[in-house]
Design a protein around this ligand. Sequence first.
Ligand SMILES: [Fe+2]
Ligand SMILES: [Fe+2]
Length: 189
Amino acid sequence: MSDPIALWHTEHANFATLLDLLEGQLDLFHKGAPPDYELMLDIMFYMTHYPDVLHHPKEDLAFARIKERETSAGPIVDQLTEQHARLKRSGDALVVALDDIVNGSITLRDHVEAPGRDYIAAFRSHMQMEETAILPLAAKLLHDGDWAGIGAAMLQIDDPLFGKSSEPRYAALRRKIARATQATKAVTR
Ligand SMILES: [Fe+2]
Ligand SMILES: [Fe+2]
C-alpha cells in the first residue's frame, strides 16, 4: 500500500484489533475464567516491538513536520509525543508483569488486570486523537517528498505480525485474529 495516510489508518485498525483481543482476555479473568496469558504476552510483545519501535517514532517525524507548517497544532502534537513515551513505559511494564505470570513468579491476576485496562484505554484514546486531529492535517500538509524523507530516516522493518513475512512467534496470535475477524464478519453479515 503506497498511500501513507491509508497505511497509517490501517495500522491503527490493526492495533485496535489487538487491544480488543487483549480486553477480551482481561474480561475472561474478570469473570473467573482462565485467560490465555501466552496470547496476551504475544500481543504486548508485538505492541512493544512494532508500534513502539516503528509506528510511534515515524509519527514523531511526521508530527515535527506538521508542527513546522501549522503552529496551532503544536500543543496537540506535544501531547501525543508525550503519550508515545508514556505508552512505551506502560507497555514495557505490562510485558514484564505478564512474563512474571507466565513464568510462575507471580500468580495474582490484579498484577495485570488494572495496568492492562489502563494501557488499553490510553492507547485507544491516543489513536482517537490522532485519527481526528492529526491524520486530516497530515493529509493536507505532508507531500510525497515529506514521506520519502520520513521513510529514509526510519529503520526498514516489516510489520512482524500483519506484514508479508510475519514472524513464527506470532502464529497462534495470527490464528486468533483470523478467527475474531471471521466472527465479526458473521455477526455483521
Ligand atoms: Fe501515536
Ligand atoms: Fe498512531
